[in-house]
Design a protein around this ligand. Structure first.
Ligand code: ME8
Length: 524
């Protein structure tokens, strides 16, 4: 036992197919999940945050064949690129799972055995339209026929007719149980549009699911029948419990963190997570995840990108160009979580310059350099507070309640809008109070205004840590806030700046993007 009764929070991303280098969609999902994970940690939760790679299946095998490699060689070459991306983007994951690891084989094998023991697996014959790109079968009625007679899945990917002996999972037996679970847990599938799609899909009737393949061998062998490998989705979904020590059901982290609080995934794979996965878990008599959140897709100026199409943007290069905190903030602030979004150089630069460099960076830099110059570099002692001071502090102290409510709904962009709303107020307050003029007319009042501003900067920086961890840390360093005094328990009056604290020379937190040819140093 850890001996701690802190509340726990288990969050996962989808695990990525490493059949190509990571793209910006992978980065987006990791970043958004990281903001949630960091937020919860700062709010006192014991957090487990998992990401990883989904290395089996026909898609991996086909790509490897094309490149003249074995699938394992391809996976061993590509998985480190995903690990590198995660590190580069300052993602705070606690584990990185690869489905080719022995711990995962043990876990999937056990899940299969339990589903079989429950009487939910039988051997049959399967014929169906299969999309290798989606690693999924589609019904005849879901397909569209091209002028040349070929057929496309609803996702726009080509399908082929495949017939094979296959093990089936009795998904049809779970239709009513799934509908009852959705009904009893209205926030299980989010956002609501995704929930409605899934409910209609299940209500329309569930067919049993083919869960093994004999036409290729890159996968986890079916126990007792190694001619078959497991369908990659049975294998992939199980990663979420493998990382907690399953199949050892008494494993400390399994007991502590399962069921997951949220699986963060893209909208294209909601069905797998909200129909198949809970049915497998019910069959194996394991608790179901509390929530599945299907985020939107990112497009480059409106154009869909994918590894198979080849128009991918390298997220590491993007972070090197604009800054890690800058792209983290941009994606989370610009795109309402759950909706599709697009990005462009102009939008990125506008957000970064307006919100980060100007609003937050300048406010911190101007107030702290005034303290350095005019208050002997120590936090000034405030005098009596005016109504404007009190209002400013009250708005700031009220932030925690507001952002918690937003994050309950995983409304990341609203959380950031709330924090930056108060930063905007602080800019107006600072401009209105004009401490540089008070320096001559009323130095005591100047000290009060600088104190109040620095206190707002402190709380805003604490709340900015989930999205912009490095820059927020630089601001908190400039305020001499100890590492252990940076969590949400320190928000509001509890952590008020202490007058007399010596401050180091402030360093700019957010550089301003300057276009080539534009004169430097002309920022407002
Ligand atoms: O689906 N914008 O892997 P994957 C936003 N291995 N998100 C995007 C995106 C985009 N343009 N493109 C992809 C898989 N994603 C499976 C998951 S989980 C048990 C197995 C998201 O590499 C996508 O929706 O194709 C998914 O959540 C994640 O990136 C990995 O996609």
């Amino acid at each position: 036992m850890s001996g701690s009764d802190r509340k726990t929070f288990y969050i996962t991303t989808a695990i990525s197919y490493p059949n190509g280098a990571p793209h910006i969609g992978h980065a987006y999902e990791a970043i958004a999940s990281d903001v949630i994970a960091r937020f919860k940690r700062l709010d006192g939760y014991d957090v487990m945050f998992l990401t990883g790679t989904d290395e089996h299946g026909q898609k991996m095998q086909q790509t490897a064949e094309r490149l003249g490699k074995t699938p394992r060689e391809l996976a061993d070459e590509m998985a480190p690129k995903f690990q590198q991306m995660v590190r580069h983007l300052n993602i705070s994951n606690d584990d990185f799972i690869r489905t080719t690891e022995p711990r995962h084989y043990a876990s999937v094998t056990e899940l299969w055995e339990r589903m079989k023991h429950a009487g939910d697996i039988y051997l049959g014959k399967y014929g169906g339209w299969y999309s290798v790109r989606d690693e999924a079968y589609f019904g005849e009625d879901e397909l569209t026929t091209q002028p040349d007679g070929s057929k496309l899945a609803p996702t726009g990917t080509p399908v082929e007719w495949v017939e094979e002996e296959s093990y089936f999972f009795k998904l049809s037996a779970y239709q009513d149980k799934l509908l009852a679970y959705y009904e009893a847990n209205p926030t299980f599938i989010q956002p609501d549009t995704r929930r409605n799609e899934v409910v209609s899909f299940v209500k329309a009737g569930l067919k049993d699911l083919s869960i093994s393949r004999t036409t290729f061998d890159w996968g986890v062998p079916v126990p007792g029948d190694p001619r078959h490998v497991m369908y990659v989705w049975v294998d992939a979904l199980t990663n979420y419990i493998t990382a907690l020590g399953y199949p050892e059901r008494e494993a400390e982290s399994f007991k502590k963190f399962w069921p997951a609080d949220v699986h963060v995934i893209g909208k294209d794979i909601v069905r797998f997570h909200t129909v198949y996965w809970p049915a497998f878990l019910m069959s194996a008599d394991l608790p179901l995840p509390k929530r599945v959140f299907g985020h939107g897709f990112l497009t480059n100026r409106g154009e869909k990108m994918s590894k198979s199409v080849g128009n991918v943007i390298d997220p590491i290069a993007m972070a090197d160009t604009y800054g890690v905190d800058q792209i983290r903030y941009f994606f989370c602030r610009e795109v309402p979580f759950g909706q599709d979004g697009s990005y462009s150089h102009e939008a990125l630069v506008n957000r970064s310059n307006a919100d980060l460099a100007n609003d937050f960076g300048n406010l911190a830099q101007r107030s702290l350099s005034m303290i350095a110059k005019n208050c002997d570099g120590v936090v000034p002692q405030p005098g009596d507070l005016s109504d404007a001071d009190k209002l400013m502090l009250d708005q700031t102290d009220a932030l925690l309640g507001a952002v918690r409510t937003s994050m309950e709904r995983l409304d990341i962009h609203t959380m950031l809008a709330q924090v930056w709303g108060v930063i905007g107020e602080a800019n107006r307050y600072f401009a209105g109070e004009a401490p540089w003029a008070l320096k001559k007319t009323d130095p005591k009042r100047m000290e009060t205004v600088l104190y109040v501003t620095a206190e707002v900067v402190r709380q805003a920086a604490i709340l900015a840590q989930p999205a912009t961890p490095s820059a927020a840390a630089r601001i908190l360093d400039s305020l001499a806030i100890a590492p252990e005094a940076r969590d949400f328990a320190q928000l509001g009056e509890a952590g008020r700046l202490k007058p007399g604290t010596a401050l180091p020379a402030p360093t700019p937190a957010f550089p301003r993007w300057v276009e080539e040819g534009e004169a430097r140093g002309t920022g407002k």
